[in-house]
Design a protein around this ligand. Structure first.
Ligand code: GLC
Length: 442
């Protein structure tokens, strides 16, 4: 057997393993990220999971996102966690959030990748049955995107803010460090963390961070989870490059879907949102660091260093030619500094930690979006190298939640749904560069 043949056999086995992970984590209509550590439905996990299901069960893929949006709030928000069935071993559970929803949920959202995933599902089948599902989904997603634009960008800057680090999906990135200082965690009700009973504490947020996270939940709860009041008063209100760029990419996907479904009314609205985001991205640009950053809207301060979320500028297709050139330079610098790309945070930044969650480790599904953006911009070699790193990590360490960017060792939870789904999505699509041919990008 040649080396190429044995890799192919391996990859067939890996695809089978990935399918088994999704099937095992399926709780009937929704999929948990991994049993134990995350026993509920998470928002952006589910959207990515749908991409994985689409590789072998398109109907199940649609159901995943349909179950998610079925729990949309009256104001349009699609929550970050849906507590379908209470699992007492999870903290913070439904009673801590206390959102009063018929099926309990958390009180804020998560990055809106769903529209991008819906477009991918539609690419596979655009028959009448799928178009009907897409049409119902479209209206729900429009309401959700409007919620982001209205409540998380009240000053119409063209960037959207998060009100809790968890809302970004990048819980403990140093992007939030300065803003979290304004959150007093010293008076929170006593609690017992559960995450560190599943996973080594050195891979998780610190105790101090965790108290501030809980203080923010208590604050939102004290305002009855009113999105308008939270935008006005929350001590933490930070424009996030991740949510901003993902929302822009998702609005672009919605615009294409709107044309396909002849949703005339939505087209103008989407075009407005897109132009505002294109014009507003400069708010996230820090000229002194020459990178997109998070911007604390309470203090007007930029975060320090380059995150993997900032590298989503390619995926969102945003920024001037010079800005994109600078970001490509950063991407290549980050790649040169770590063994596996792309680290979730800048290895040249003081708080970098190769195995602590969003302060350095590699996340497969983020790589998927970044490499897709690089490819769309003609950076074929960079895109391919990034996918090759993701493949190498999967061969080495399986479907872990994330990976140490230097040792490549698996980190966080095991048998993780979105890592499996990202693998299946790529494997089923076939890499966009033809196998066996040399990439010829810049
Ligand atoms: C962690 C991650 C978040 C993810 C969740 C479930 O909180 O930071 O992005 O959605 O776990 O996997």
């Amino acid at each position: 057997m040649t080396a190429a043949e044995s890799l192919k056999t391996d990859e067939t086995a890996l695809a089978q393993e990935a399918r088994e992970i999704l099937i095992a984590n399926d709780r009937g209509g929704y999929t948990v990220p991994t049993a134990g550590l995350y026993p509920y439905q998470w928002n952006w996990d589910s959207a990515i999971v749908a991409l994985g299901f689409a590789a072998f069960d398109l109907n199940r893929a649609w159901t995943e996102i349909e179950t998610l949006v079925a729990h949309q709030w009256p104001d349009g928000m699609v929550p970050h966690i849906i507590f379908h069935e209470e699992v007492p071993s999870y903290f913070p559970g439904p009673s801590v959030w206390s959102t009063g929803r018929p099926v309990p949920t958390s009180g804020h959202s998560q990055p809106p990748v769903a529209a991008f995933c819906v477009e991918e599902l539609l690419k596979r089948d655009q028959g009448p049955a799928m178009l009907e599902r897409a049409s119902a989904m479209f209206d729900a997603l429009m309401r959700w995107h409007r919620w982001w634009h209205d409540y998380r960008d009240p000053d119409r800057l063209g960037v959207v803010a998060i009100t809790h680090p968890w809302e970004s999906g990048r819980d403990n990135t140093s992007d939030w460090d300065e803003a979290l200082e304004a959150v007093d965690g010293s008076n929170v009700a006593p609690f017992q963390r559960r995450d560190t009973s599943h996973v080594d504490a050195s891979m998780r947020p610190t105790e101090d961070e965790y108290k501030r996270y809980i203080a923010l939940v208590e604050f939102g709860r004290s305002l009855g989870w009113d999105a308008g009041k939270i935008a006005e008063h929350n001590p933490f209100f930070v424009a996030d490059p991740g949510c901003t760029f993902i929302l822009l990419a998702a609005d672009r996907a919605m615009l294409r879907i709107a044309h396909a479904l002849a949703k005339a009314d939505a087209i103008e609205v989407l075009e407005d949102w897109i132009s505002r985001a294109e014009a507003g991205a400069h708010h996230l640009w820090d000229p002194s660091q020459e990178t997109f950053t998070a911007l604390n809207l309470r203090s007007s301060r930029h975060s320090v260093g380059v995150s993997n979320a900032a590298l989503l500028c390619f995926f969102a297709d945003v920024g001037s030619t010079d800005q994109k050139r600078a970001m490509l330079g950063h991407y290549r610098r980050l790649r040169a500094k770590t063994r596996f790309s792309v680290p979730s945070h800048d290895p040249d930044e003081a708080h970098f930690d190769s195995k602590r969650y969003w302060r350095g480790p590699v996340w497969s599904f983020m790589n998927m979006m970044i490499s897709r953006g690089l490819l769309a911009h003609g950076h074929v070699r960079d895109a391919k190298e990034l996918w090759d790193d993701t493949r190498a990590l999967t061969h080495l360490s399986g479907f872990a939640e994330y990976f140490d960017c230097n040792s490549g060792t698996p980190a966080g939870g095991d048998v993780f749904s979105w890592t499996a789904a990202a693998w299946l999505h790529y494997a089923a699509e076939g890499a966009p560069w033809a196998p066996g041919t040399e990439p010829h990008g810049q």
